[in-house]
Design a protein around this ligand. Structure first.
Ligand SMILES: NC(=O)c1ccc[n+]([C@@H]2O[C@H](COP(=O)([O-])OP(=O)(O)OC[C@H]3O[C@@H](n4cnc5c(N)ncnc54)[C@H](OP(=O)(O)O)[C@@H]3O)[C@@H](O)[C@H]2O)c1
Length: 278
């Protein structure tokens, strides 16, 4: 079983260098598939209130037999729960559905700038962290302008920003910003769901040379770039394939080839400056 290396976050907590995405699994699928992933070495599981599968993820974790203390469990607060009065209620719902007394990482799912409640939401998350309900606090889909506002108004930046990122959409400027502020970049759609990334001939050539699959080359590119990918698969064989990216390396030339695959075209088409996800 692959041993997934870890990063140390700015707050001192450790995070596995690769995790399991669970969208769009429903409760029943998550209950059946999360143990399959954990038995294959995954220790980070990514869910969200809006995935509607926190109960299934929690049941899957318990039935896996893997101790909770070995896991890094992450969830996200939806837009409709932003604001002073609702963060605590939302977090308690998440903890109850997951059947745990704490999260390892709690994130704001989208900034929802039109609603403009993310700063207050962040303050409530800082309090929940200080009380031990969550170990680390982060965000998802935040732009530098949102991150700077959190720092200006609360004195604290997140330790993680989970964003859409893959070789065709590399987010280089945002990653530089993250590096300057010691924010770890987590990648959603790391395999480029809704794009033709995995069909690329360049990728196929690198995969052939490495004796690996195109998905493994992409995930190794993330890991080797210091990005934490959270690939989703409902197929246990592909789960095993996706985590087997720690005992081999891409050459500098192959990393450069991958860097040149950037098109700047997002698979989702969502722009965090205007997208409102409730
Ligand atoms: N924060 C956010 O706003 C946000 C947004 C979207 C997603 N996410 C999170 O990020 C996770 C991953 O993103 P994603 O699901 O959009 O995209 P992804 O992980 O890039 O791609 C998932 C797709 O790739 C297929 N796949 C998986 N492994 C494969 C392999 N080895 N070879 C070929 N195909 C493979 C999966 O099919 P099979 O299942 O059939 O293997 C699935 O169709 C989500 O599950 C969710 O947890 C977060």
């Amino acid at each position: 079983m692959p041993d997934v290396a870890k990063h140390v976050l700015r707050d001192g907590h450790e995070i596995p260098q690769l995790g399991l995405g669970t969208y769009p699994m429903d409760d029943a699928e998550a209950e059946a598939l999360v143990p399959e992933a954990l038995w294959r070495g995954y220790r980070l599981v990514d869910t969200a209130v809006n995935y509607g599968n926190e109960r299934g993820v929690g049941r899957g974790i318990r039935s896996s037999g893997i101790p909770r203390s070995e896991l890094f469990l992450t969830s996200k607060i939806p837009g409709r729960d932003h604001g002073r009065a609702s963060v605590r209620r939302s977090l308690e719902g998440t903890l109850t559905r997951l059947g745990t007394d704490h999260l390892d990482l709690y994130m704001i799912h989208w900034p929802n700038p039109g609603v403009d409640q993310y700063v207050q939401t962040w303050r409530e998350m800082m309090t929940a962290r200080d009380e031990g309900l969550v170990r680390s606090i982060g965000v998802s889909n935040f732009l530098p302008e949102h991150l700077l506002r959190l720092e200006a108004e609360t004195g604290e930046m997140p330790v993680v920003n989970q964003v859409e990122l893959h070789p065709q959409y590399q987010q280089e400027a945002l990653r530089r910003f993250h590096q300057e502020h010691r924010i770890l970049t987590e990648a959603w759609s790391p395999l480029g769901r809704k794009t033709d990334l995995l069909q690329s001939e360049w990728l196929a050539e690198i995969a052939r040379k490495q004796g690996r699959t195109p998905a493994q080359v992409v995930l190794r590119w993330h890991v080797q770039s210091g990005i934490v990918p959270i690939p989703k698969s409902s197929n246990p064989q592909r789960m095993a394939e996706n985590i087997d990216v720690f005992e081999w390396e891409l050459t500098d030339e192959q990393m450069e080839r991958l860097r040149m695959m950037h098109t700047g075209i997002s698979g989702s088409g969502f722009d965090p400056a205007v997208h409102e996800e409730m």
